[in-house]
Design a binder for this molecule. Sequence first.
Ligand code: ZN
Ligand code: ZN
Length: 613
Amino acid sequence: MTPKITGNLLKSLRKLITNNKPLHAYIVPSGDAHQNEYIAACDCQREFITGFSGSAGTAVVTQKLAALWVDGRYHTQADNQTDDNWLVMKEGLKDVPSIPEWLSECLKEEGGQIGVDPNIMSFAAWERMSTGLMEKGLQLVPISGNLVDQVWIDRPARPNNPLMTLSTKYTGETWQEKVAKVRQEMIKMKSFACIFTALDDIAWLLNLRGSDIQMNPVFFSYVIVSQSEISLFVSEEKITSDVSAHLRDGTDAAVLIQPYHQFSSHLEEVIEKCPQDSKIWLSKSSSYKIHCKVPEEKRLSTENSHVRKMKAVKNCVEIEGMRDAHIKDAVSLCEFFSWLEMEIKHNNVTESAAATKLEELKRQQEDYVSLSFDTISSCGPNAAINHYKPVEGEDRVIESSDIYLLDSGAQYRNGTTDVTRTVHFGNPSSYQMECYTRVLKGHIQLARAIWPRGVKGNSLDSFARMHLWSAGLDYKHGTGHGVGAFLNVHEGPCAISYRSSAAEIALEPGMIITDEPGYYEDGSFGIRIENCMLVTEAATRYNFKNTGFLQMEPITLVPISTKLIEPSLLTADEIAWLNGYHTKCRETLEPLLKKTGKAEALKWLLRETVHIG
Ligand code: ZN
Ligand code: ZN
């Protein structure tokens, strides 16, 4: 990876900061007007100004200095992609200042105002940042007209792709039923109108999908729901005859389609109409700009939108779809690993060539739409870079002397997948085997956990780390994230993380969440084992105060490499879990591989699912 040269860009940006007196610094978050995690090329201001292409990170530019804050997934990548103009602030490491701490130090003499585009910062993020800055005597101010856009000469156009409708065969529920549930909740909450700005909320609510953001089947839009109106603000080119029929659906409850850019003026009309004793409901994850449009006395602001909470709990049809998507994905991964193992014996296979081959195999599966994120095909030291994306020409050849880590996922019309496997084609060191086994023990510890209803994933995170901690090891990322049903691969508001968030809600049956502990040795190797898990009710011997207990079940069915295991570190229970898991993989996949005549993949599956111990 060669770093981007940013000297001239920073010079131009600093000129604009000077022109916006009395601004002293400018914050460039990585977000868009809908607070998407993955964003369209036209919204990558932070990447454009820094060169760092990771999905999360915040840049801050003062007249003298420029700094980039990144979390544990991106420490190495940010170092590699930024030039000397940038200080990389590695969150989670000792003595790394927060943005307010750093700014107060930099601006000791002048004090002052810190600008940001209020359209691309969520209300929740604004509140946190503003409070932090205020404590240091600094003030966060909204600057309309994004300053980075003004120095971005060849900024790509906003994508405008047509929409696709999803029938109840995939969704299990019509959009009318979903809207009716939202309206019921609005009555309870005394809300006159509800604003939806998150693109996956809107796609899920209306049973529509798009392709405006790569690998995330969403589309640029806003929705306003009241008891008498459902307005979808979307560019007209997206609406095919299918889509308009779907949104009419022969009932009175038709969705009113309005131009995307008219959302703001329509919102003003809705605010006008809102009665004294009622409120406009929006989530804190919508932008600061939209929040400020709604006067405080009329604003009902919650951590999560109601749709975000509804969407996290999958219905029976969505669960069946997710299971099926994972089976298709597992078939392609059996084919892939059996191919790779053979291929590297005879030919040089680069990380990017392996990723291309995998995509080819996934594409052959029914209802395949796209990948769900860039495949992380990484070996040796590259596997230590959490969100590594191999680039042809700059990547490594997969050697049998290295650990190979593959994290991949796909979008199928009936579900979204995300799975990581770590393998070794030669002779791993005993240290690598110990690390791998400790990661596996953590994975199993969480997979076997039973917990009382009401517990958040935050409380379960240490289960996955305990066997690494006891040996003085750890990993710097969360243990699990929610996964959408043919939607975003990272979906809130449930998570399993050492960090708690105000928006996090308790785990519930029907949620799908990943179990993905890892271990990374910078410059040397990386390990991660990731399954998607379905939260279910647990049958316990007792039921303390009728609480109800929960557990999780893997829906990913890809053999977990046993070659890297140090058997003496596993308990009998752990061995039994792994053997049981492999039986399930074999029973599910064997008939499919037989039926389709995939002899090599079948051979690989049978070998990889042999019981240990
Ligand atoms: Zn993954
Ligand atoms: Zn994941």
